[in-house]
Design a protein around this ligand. Structure first.
Ligand SMILES: NC(=O)C1=CN([C@@H]2O[C@H](COP(=O)(O)OP(=O)(O)OC[C@H]3O[C@@H](n4cnc5c(N)ncnc54)[C@H](OP(=O)(O)O)[C@@H]3O)[C@@H](O)[C@H]2O)C=CC1
Ligand SMILES: Nc1nc(=O)c2c([nH]1)NC[C@@H]1CN(c3ccc(C(=O)N[C@@H](CCC(=O)O)C(=O)O)cc3)C=[N+]21
Length: 294
């Protein structure tokens, strides 16, 4: 069993981007600039956005964080997105999800200029991804592909079972793994809450991607010996011994599952860090006006 180290791989991706920033600066060119919008004060969203902003600073990108009260009107939010769309200094725009219930998430995503949509959530970019045109790939599945690539994990002809069909993780993950590319060329089974025989399907999987949002959902009896297990879940479990009052666990029962696997991602220290690295890559590509389909 080998741990897929998100800290190591994300650091390598960030180091590449930092080198590119150094080159841009030497040529007196503008550095990439990410704008992040955070509405309300959901503690998890605060953490993610803070770490995106911090990562930008580490590699020399500019970032602007726009914070709004959770009572912000939909119109005011949309107007701010329009301003960012029109601002030539801003290369990438990210609206941290979830949004408060009174705001229509679809309207907000649709309002982002597709050329600045570094999350890859705009329907135009989703469509491009599905038909294999160059575009921004949603950061979490993109980060997972970078991880598979870094460790040279064989994917061709493998059976991948993706658990969860969300627009931001499971569905794009299934598209990327089934592409004629490397990594890719998997036979993909996309599963969800209505899947009848999940355990049987998982037992056939060479690669399992778990994106459900439930601690310990994937148990050892669901995993074939030698499988690759990618744990996307981020679940907060109360833990009085921690200063924060909680600890993070994934969707996989790590201690029981890890010994059966060939490769597994830890939580924390796995996919989450790759998500940020992938977002930074998308932002670099946005700034250089060329989107990347890898
Ligand atoms: N590490 C990272 O960078 C990121 C981590 N996450 C984490 O990943 C997890 C998933 O996130 P996200 O995709 O946004 O979640 P969603 O809640 O949007 O989707 C969850 C999916 O799991 C499916 N599901 C729920 N229960 C079952 C079940 N009993 N059996 C099979 N499938 C089930 C749902 O099915 P149905 O469609 O039928 O309801 C749904 O498709 C969360 O823990 C989230 O915090 C998310 C984004 C990035
Ligand atoms: N528009 C939008 N884009 C997103 O990319 C987006 C989003 N909305 N909403 C929520 C999810 C979740 N997400 C994570 C990012 C980083 C970590 C991360 O850095 N995790 C660290 C630990 C973080 C910690 O310690 O709290 C780790 O796994 O090691 C996790 C999860 C991005 N998301």
């Amino acid at each position: 069993m080998q741990i897929l180290d998100g800290k190591l791989v994300s650091a390598a991706v960030k180091a590449q981007l930092a080198d590119k920033v150094t080159e841009l600066k030497a040529l007196d060119k503008k550095v990439p600039h990410l704008a992040a919008i955070l509405v309300g004060n959901n503690p998890a969203s605060e953490t993610y956005v803070a770490s995106k902003v911090k990562s930008c600073a580490e590699i020399g990108f500019h970032s602007t964080l726009l914070r709004f009260d959770e009572k912000i009107s939909e119109k005011h939010l949309l107007d701010n997105i329009t301003l960012l769309n029109e601002n030539a200094d801003i290369d990438g725009i990210l609206v941290q999800l979830p949004l408060p219930k009174h705001i229509n998430e679809e309207l907000v995503i649709n309002a982002i200029d597709p050329s600045k949509d570094v999350d890859g959530f705009h329907p135009m970019n989703v469509g491009k991804m599905v038909i294999g045109l160059p575009t921004y790939i949603p950061a979490t599945p993109y980060g997972i592909m970078l991880m598979l690539e870094h460790y040279n994990i064989p994917t061709k002809g493998k059976h991948a079972v993706v658990i969860g069909r969300s627009n931001i993780v499971g569905t794009p993950m299934s598209v990327l793994l089934s592409r004629n590319a490397n990594p890719g060329n998997c036979t993909v089974t996309l599963t969800h809450s209505q899947t009848a025989n999940l355990k049987e399907l998982c037992l056939q999987a060479d690669i399992i991607v778990a994106a459900i949002g439930r601690p310990n959902f994937v148990t050892a009896d669901m995993v074939k010996e030698g499988a690759v297990v990618i744990d996307v879940g981020i679940n907060r479990i109360e833990d009085a011994s921690k200063k924060s009052g909680f600890r993070l666990v994934g969707d996989v029962d790590f201690n029981a599952v890890a010994p059966k696997t060939s490769f597994i991602t830890p939580v924390p220290g796995g996919v989450g860090l790759m998500t940020i690295a992938a977002l930074l890559k998308n932002t670099y590509n946005a700034a250089s006006q060329k989107v990347n389909m890898n």
